[in-house]
Write a new protein. Sequence first.
Length: 165
Amino acid sequence: MANTVNDKAREAANKGHEALDKAKEAGRAAVDQAKDVGAQMMDKARDLGQQAVDKTKDVASRVGDMAGDTAKNVGQRADNLAAAVGERAHTAADAVRRHGPQEGTLGNATKAVADTIDQTGRYLQNEGLTGMANDVGEMIRRNPIPALFVGIGIGYLLARALDRS
């Protein structure tokens, strides 16, 4: 009878060890499965993050393109406006020539004024505001000190004019 009890105890202990081994194996499998699910979730999160970055870059690129197009359109309109002003200056020069004195000192002055207005009109038509801006920039690069003094003078006059208002 003692042997039967010992055999049954050993059998129960073996079954307990087998159950424990099965539980350990099931726990390891659960941990492995959790790692796999976590890795898959990280991959999905990384993919979603990359998609968000790509979409943000795309939107930023489109906004930049739109801003560039808008700036180009504004520049083109400004150049067109300058060309229109140049055409009107040409018309004004013709009017000064027709209605001003034709002879003598006043005739010479009228011709000089009309020629200057005409040259200004042609300059505006040919160069536009873009060309004018480039010419002013070049003049400032060639003559920085006088340009600085002119800027200070204009700033002073503007400040005085705004102070009186």
